[in-house]
Design a protein around this ligand. Structure first.
Ligand code: ISE
Length: 344
């Protein structure tokens, strides 16, 4: 089997991470091309990887004859054009969330891919590859908790980049709980409400943080999410499902607990999402590489999942304004896409 030749577009935080993992931990693939709007950064990175070149234009990188597949880690605003180019070139693509930055273009992308008759786009909702979430899903699917009734989630970041605003807390952070709710419960989200508690004085001026999101699924299940992205403490993602016959919780961060000195004990806090979900990203990319080799191209969240998440987040952003529950508007194809079994 010859190595899959991957172009990584955008080599900032996530892209650089993917370049490192493909180069050192993923089998059956190598980074053939890198691209970034900071051309010098891409050139420096390419120079450190055998057989890799820097291509200045992302569309040229996608069209490059020496590229078999693409990892998109560019800013969301560029995804539409780059995904369309991947579809035109029939090249499999692992797209970091968001699929695109608005609902209508996300739907357009999912429809274009469907018209081609074969999946090419996987969306980077990495939690589906995390060992704890996989075990929680298996527990629910095995029926041990009976019918799941509620889910309580905590999503805390020690801090976020300076460009973060209140709506990004919905579209960039809550989007993970949106995807995991659809994944764990296997049904769509019908409405979203965002509640605004007293703001953290440490949050940048005008940014509503924390937020509480209330999601209601089509069958009436309740999901609440505490979103707090300026805690200054640690990366904390907890998920507790409560069912008819008990409950299950993940994300307690209980690694090694050490006792030291008089009167003190404790463990280590997780600093960020790359540390918390590092093994999940490795699994996600390895399985995706294997799926591309096998010709199935997609082994996880699809373009339809990316579109559905965008639709739920759009309702969330509307609720941020009004404080009221907002119904999610979904195109009919979402259900049929799931029935075709393309959902991860
Ligand atoms: C970031 O983009 C992520 O994907 C992280 O998982 C999330 O915790 C963070 O809030 C986002 O900004």
């Amino acid at each position: 089997m010859t190595d899959l030749r991957i172009a990584v577009l955008g080599v900032g935080v996530m892209g650089a991470d993917h370049v490192a993992r493909i180069t050192s931990r993923i089998s059956g693939a190598r980074v053939a091309v890198v691209n970034d709007h900071l051309v010098e950064k891409a050139e420096q990175l390419a120079a450190s990887i055998p057989g890799c070149s820097a291509v200045a234009d992302p569309l040229d990188a996608i069209a490059d004859a020496d590229v078999d597949a693409v990892v998109l880690a560019t800013p969301g605003g560029t995804h539409e054009e780059q995904l369309l180019a991947c579809l035109d070139q029939r090249k499999p693509v692992m797209c970091e969330k968001p699929l695109t930055t608005d609902v209508s273009t996300s739907l357009e992308i999912a429809r274009r891919e469907a018209d081609l008759g074969r999946p090419l786009i996987q969306v980077g909702f990495m939690r589906r590859f995390d060992d704890e979430y996989v075990r929680l899903k298996a527990l629910l699917d095995g029926g041990e908790l009976g019918n799941p009734l509620m889910m309580h989630c905590v999503h805390r970041n020690p801090g976020v980049p300076a460009y973060f605003d209140s709506s990004l807390i919905v579209k960039d952070s809550l989007v993970h709980e949106v995807d995991i709710t659809r994944y764990l419960f296997g049904e769509e989200i019908a409405s979203v409400q965002i509640i605004k508690p007293t703001s953290n004085p440490g949050a940048p001026n005008g940014v509503v943080d924390p937020q509480i999101a209330i999601l209601r699924t089509v069958s009436g299940r309740h999901v609440d999410v505490e979103l707090f992205v300026t805690t200054g403490v640690a990366y904390e993602v907890r998920t507790e499902v409560v069912g008819e016959h008990g409950s299950a919780i993940i994300g307690l961060d209980v690694g090694l607990i050490r006792k030291k000195g008089p009167g003190s004990w404790g463990g280590t806090l997780t600093p960020g999402f790359r540390e918390r979900f590092g093994p999940a990203y490795d699994t996600e990319i390895q399985r995706w590489v294997d799926a591309v080799h096998s010709g199935t191209n997609v082994c996880g969240p699809t373009a339809w999942d990316g579109y559905a998440a965008a639709a739920v987040c759009a309702a969330g952003v509307e609720s941020l304004e009004t404080g009221l529950p907002v119904d999610v508007q979904l195109a009919d194809e979402v259900t049929s896409a799931e029935q075709r079994g393309v959902r991860g």
